[in-house]
Design a protein around this ligand. Structure first.
Ligand code: SAM
Length: 264
């Protein structure tokens, strides 16, 4: 396309992704609400509550890592869920993102919460594909989450193998990502929406059409539910049956999907 995002070499894609998120960082939360009409909130609620983060045992600390964590939507939900549903104020989330501008927005947001200054959350600039053994040692986490992030990575197997490495045995990998709509009528409506409305909203609200064009294209190129589940299994995770309700759970007919895997 004339936006130049399609079929660019890896290293170039990486810097383009960086630019995209730097340019949208300050408007990211507003745009998410506008483009999904608020629905991303429901998916994120479902994603986090299905993981039931938190411990009912006093003194047992659940450690979570939220990769491509951006402005903290998932991290905040994890902390809130554990506190509200399990009275757990010990659970920790390490929020990792490649883009310092997105992290800054996240930090700004956490300043207004009760978790500000607490050891429950920490922000790290880092790459999902190579978290680094020194900063993120093997067998450290109980829960690894990545929401609407893996699609932006150039090397998905590398992300999955890093996830496997940092999880403890018994730890859970969970990914929320745009996926393939399976129902034909819904698929065509969604196609129309994403190719006209989203870039238009990008132009109007953020003055930035190219970034939102990138968003639409990256969704298109992402593997199907089944292919992605196979990749998770190939990284060593136990994923269950390769079907909806097994290795993944479709949200809204596959507009988004939740994939999980357990490190045995
Ligand atoms: N998880 C957040 C959410 O659900 O609202 C943010 C999702 S946002 C669409 C995607 C994030 O992935 C951006 O903050 C971007 O900087 C980050 N990202 C892209 N490539 C990355 C990589 N290789 N490693 C870590 N983060 C990455």
């Amino acid at each position: 396309t004339h936006f130049g995002f399609r079929d660019v070499p890896r290293s170039e894609k990486e810097s383009l992704v960086k630019e995209v998120f730097s340019s949208v960082a300050s408007k990211y939360d507003v745009m998410n609400d506008a483009m999904s009409m608020g629905v991303h909130r429901l998916w994120k609620d479902e994603f986090v509550s299905s993981l039931k983060p938190g411990s009912v045992k006093v003194g047992k600390v659940t450690r979570c890592i939220d990769v491509a964590g951006g402005t903290g939507d998932i991290a905040l939900r994890i902390l809130d869920y554990a506190r509200e549903k399990k009275a757990d104020r010990d659970i920790t989330v390490d929020l990792v993102d490649i883009n310092p501008d997105m992290l800054k927005e996240g930090q700004k947001r956490f300043r207004k919460t009760m978790y500000h200054g607490s050891p429950q959350v920490a922000f790290h600039v880092g790459n999902a594909q190579d978290l680094g053994k020194d900063r993120f040692p093997d067998n450290t986490y109980d829960i690894y989450t990545i929401a609407f992030g893996i699609r932006n990575c150039t090397d998905i197997p590398a992300v999955l193998s890093e996830a496997y490495r940092v999880l403890k045995p018994g730890g859970v990998f969970a990914c929320l990502e745009f996926s393939k709509v399976t129902q034909p009528v819904l698929a065509s409506l969604y196609e129309q929406y994403s190719f006209s409305v989203i870039p238009l909203l990008g132009t109007i609200l953020a003055g930035d059409r190219a970034s939102y064009q990138y968003l639409v294209e990256s969704i298109r190129k992402f593997p199907s539910q089944q292919e992605f589940a196979r990749m998770i299994a190939n990284a060593g995770f136990e994923v269950g049956e390769l079907e909806d309700g097994g290795a993944w759970r479709d949200q809204w007919g596959g507009i988004a999907s939740i994939h999980t895997g357990v490190k045995l």
